[in-house]
Every structure is written in C-alpha cells, then in structure tokens.
Design a protein around this ligand. Sequence first.
Ligand code: FUB
Ligand code: ZN
Length: 712
Amino acid sequence: MTRTIRYIPGRGPKFIWGPRFHAGIQKQKQMEDESHGQDFSRPLSLRSVQVTDDFWKKEMELVRTQMLPYQWDALNDRVEGAAPSYCMRNFKTAGKKNLERKEMGDAYQEPSYTFRGFEALPEDPEHLEDKFYGFVFQDSDFYKWIEAVGYSLTQHPDPELEKTADAAIDIVCAAQQEDGYLDTYYILNGRDKIFTNLKDHHELYCLGHLIEGAVAYYQATGKDKLLRAAMGYADYTAAHFGPEKGKCKGYPGHEIAEMALVRLYEATGNEKYLNLGRFFVDERGARPYYFDKEHPECVKNSPDGLRYAYNQAHIPVREQDEAVGHAVRAVYLYAGMTDMARITQDESLYHACEKLWDSMVERKMYITGGIGGTHIGEAFSFNYDLPNDTAYAETCAAIGLVFLARRMLEIKPVSQYADVMERALYNCVLSGMALDGRSFFYVNPLEVNPEACRMDERKAHVKPVRQKWFGCACCPPNLARMLSSISSYAYTETEDTLFVHLYMGSIIKKQVNGKELTITVSSKLPKSGQVGIEVSGESVPFTIALRIPDWCGEGDTGFSIKGVRDSECTRKDGYLYVTRCWQPKERLSLKFAMDVKIMEADPRVREDIGKVAVTRGPMVYCLEEADNGTDLHLLTLDCGKEAETEEFTVAGEQVIAVVMDGFRQQVQTSRKGLYHPLKTAVKEPVKLRFIPYYVWANRGENEMTVWVRQEK
Ligand code: FUB
Ligand code: ZN
C-alpha cells in the first residue's frame, strides 16, 4: 500500500554555529576533534561508496575507458586535428632545464622574464623550442586529469592507468624547483617575475589545482610523491603571502586555492595551509586594492568599487551580495568561502555565501543550471539577463556551481541546494561532453542556429558541434574529475545520519556507533522516479535523510514512500528524515512523480517571455533540428495538450523523449517585403519531439532550442 507521510516540521539535524562560532582556529580544531560531524555533514569518502547506477555508472565508465586515455593523449599533443595542449611538454621542458641547472651549477643562465602572452603559440609548429607554450595555466590541465585518475582508481583499480599516472607524476615533479616553486610558465619564462601578476596570471590557480589533484591521488593510491610536491609549493607560497609584516598581501586573480588549501589542511592537519587560505579569503577586496599595485593602469580606467569585480575583488567578500564577474572564478571563490565558513565557524562568511547563492540562482541562472550570461569576460551579466543564443554558460562554471551547492549542503541540508546541484549536473554539466566522451563544449547555449555561429561575430563563441580539444582546455578535464567523483555529491553524512541528496544506485558502507552498515540504494532516475533503499548489518538506530526533489511536486501524487511508519519520519527543509533501528532486508520504496512539466521563466527574463521550456524530473528538454526540421523559431507549442513520453535513441543513448502537439508557421514567400500589415499566421499542426538537453549535438551540426514559443 502506498501512503503519504505526515510530516512533523522542526526535526532533523541541528544547524547551529553555537559556542564554536568565531572560535580561533586552535580552539576550533580542538572543538572539531570533540564534535566534528555533529553539526555539519561531510561527503562520504569515495571508497565507501560503490556506484552501481545505470545512468551515472555509465558516465564513470566513460571517463575511465574513454576520457582519461583520450585526455592523456590530448595533454601529450597526440590527438590528430585537435588544438595542441603543450601541457606535458612544458613540464618536460622545465624538468630538462632543472637538470641543466644542476649539471651546470653557477654557469647556468636563468632566463630573465619574457612575457609570452596568454596563448604562446610556436612560430614553426614542426620545430618547437625549449620554451613555454600555451595558456599561462596550462599546468592545471594535468592537475585536473590526475585528480580524475585518482577518483577513478578508487572505484576501479587499473594498474596500467596507475603506471601511466606515476610516470606522469615523475615528469611533473622533475619540473619542481628546489625551493618548492612549481609553475612552468614562470620557470620557463623567467622566475624573476613570479607572483608579480596575480590578477591575470595563474600561479595560485595552478597551486590550487595541484593540491586538488595531489590529495585525490594520495587518497586513492597512498602514494605521496605529488602530495609532497604540492606541499612544497604550498609551503613556498605560505612563506611569501600572509598577514605578517613583510609578506605579500596579494591573493589569487583566479580563485580555487581557497578551497584547495582547506582540503590540504584537512588531508595533512597542517594549519599553515588553512591560515593561508583564510588570508586569501579575508584579504580579497581590501583597500587599498592589492591589484592596483600590480596594475596602475586599472586605477585610471575604472572607478573604485567596480574595479576588480571581474575577479570578485571589488569589495571584501563578506560585503558581497551579488554574483559578479567571471563566473568560474566566482563559484570557485564562493565554494572556498563556504569551506572556510564551515571550518572556521565563520557565520558572517556563511551569510555572504547565502546571499551570493540567492543572487545566482534566483536572478542569474539558466534553466539548465548554466551560469554566465555573457561571453564578455566569461561572466555574469546583470539580473535577469539570460540570453539563450549568446549564452556563455561555461561547463566549468556549472561544475563550480555543483562544488558550491555540495558545500552549502554540508553546512545546512536544505533541498534547494541539491535541486540546483542536480539541475546543473543532469543538464549543463553533461551537455559539456559528447556521448562518446571524446569531444566537448566549453559554452553551453540554450539556442543554436549554426549559420549564426558562423556569420555573426557576437555568437562566434558558441559552437554548434563539440570540439576535440581547446587551446584553453579547462572544461574537458574538469568534467573528468567531476564525473569520476560523482558519488561525493550524492551523499553526505554525520555520525548518525546519511543524507541522500541525489538518487543514484549505490552500495554504501557506513559506520554508526562503531558498527558497520551497508545501505543499498537502487534508482531508476532519470528514466522514472522509483527508488529503493535497503539497510543491512547490525541493528543500530540511525537516520536516512531523503531529499524530496522540487520537480516531483507535493502531496500524494508527487511523492510517496512505503515501508516506514509515520512516527519514524520527520520533514525539514525539503528532506524526509527516517529514523529507526533498521532491520535486515527491510526495504524502503520511494516514488517521485516524473510528470512532464511546462515551465515558464520569471517575466523579467526578457529573452524567455512568451516562451516555455519542457522538463521531466531533473531533465531539461530541447528541440533539435534532427527531429523537428529546420527553422525551430517557426514552431509553437500547444501547452493545453497532453504530453506523451516514449523511449527514444539518440546516437546510441536510450532516453525518454517527450512528444507534444505544436504548430509550424508557414513562411509566405508570395508576400513581398520584410514587413506587412498584421494577418493571422498560417500554421500547420505538427508533432514536436523534445529530447533531453544533454544529448543534443550528437547527430551532427544542427539547430537547437530549449525555449519554444507558446501557442496562443
Ligand atoms: O582562467 C582559467 C580558466 O580558463 C577559466 O576558469 C575559464 O573560464 C577559462 O577562461
Ligand atoms: Zn572551462
């Protein structure tokens, strides 16, 4: 029998800053040891979750079998027809120079700094010199790749891949300088100018990615060579930056070091790293602006208060309440702020994160979970400015939004964070790669006319087909690390509670009061909304907190659960907390309604007025030319008619398509001239076939649109 639970509000985990609020780090550390996990949940370690899910396991296998080998080739410039990376080449060249320095001793001539532009390309690609090539942050592509390798190895040991990774780590470590410094752009172009252009160059960004990759690889394999390299570079950086007299008061122009340093602190217990991360967070936006010293030209060209908004450094972070500037930088910063708020119990920092979150998701986010409305500066635009055909919606920005959402959930489990996380994952993030894992989108538009991409410079950033690689290849390895660690976004835990944020088939090991439990989750998402949960192991009371997704609707028809008593359930902030002494073989069955929903945007989104989008469960749908013919702008959707769903195959991927009635306006070629007195349009009834957004552009170049005009 299916029954709906009576929910008792007000239960669930405490969310208190409590006496720990504002405690110094020393004190906080001690308190954390005493009560860590009581208030805040943490992601499950990848080792304790085995993903079995039909949908997500397939993505993880795609990373392992296709993306990692393919990307390794790309990093070594071995993909025919793809933009060269030069990433591993730069490390090798830096290692070679290191060796020469050792052999030559005092006779070695250090290069004095020469600027080589963001994308230093060889004059003669056939004969490369021992120089740095590519974007200044090219090192980070390897760091993201090794991070993905680490995650993948925890789920699927692969001695061959590990051997390749170990050899690659040797190459990278050979490039490290004796003092710990490690950034091939400056090692090869001249170390005399290191840390002199924090605003635009990416030494601290590369440090952040090095840390993330090194910790992941260490946690996967127990091998600490890269971790020691990362600590060496972090130590070097900590000796250079900080509040102490005589130290540099700069901070990263492109954020990520903030969250990485928290991670390094958590992995090593060394507070030096936490202090450095906190310094970077606290110093950002302080007056006088640090970047003014580096860039006097900026002082003349833009007013105080707007200056450095691109880098989120226009005002101190605790005063920021609008998401501005470069979207990836922004969400990486906010994720780091959230980590820092959690670990240092900093309530004012957390409240800034809440405001920035609201600014993004209520006024600046696409329905696909994409962020960044303008390609100018790869940035957030003003409120409600969400153009579909010139969208930026960079893959990395959606990934960063997922980072932030999970961190907000750790502090306070409120389902809206998971709703957005899920929206971004199933839509904008997955659209960033082809179904075969071998080509990628950097920009994820919601409307594409391939001719416009070719003919109109304003849309030149929008590609109608995915690319094999990019000179600036931040997105592809970011996808690899996100997908191979997907379970750490699905679940977080406190000592006695398992939070299920995303429904994903998995086998989870969890310790409760020293007893090991196995929780088995089965899920049919995104095809249908059936979920099953079983617990086995010793009988011990604990809580499973189940997110009730925003898309399923309320009441009996939206969500039902079998296998629990009312008295075992409470509901808070969009989660159903089921607390009981779980008996072996007891099964919880959940059913979330997955009706097709016709969505409209807030009328302040000018681009979408009069238009609708089709969604089903977490999936956003789109029309593609391959199914609906050309000139998609001539189509209207009859929203009054029932939607049908059917199994459909797109380039080998089984999906649920939505079929609805609509019309195609006829072009009256007999009418001369561009403009005419208004006449009732001539329309022909048509069936519209919508496919999930993430599978678009897998059948060659063609038109696509998410938003479709509503039939009057
Ligand atoms: O600057 C490093 C990365 O390159 C950014 O995160 C992306 O937006 C791209 O510009
Ligand atoms: Zn990117």
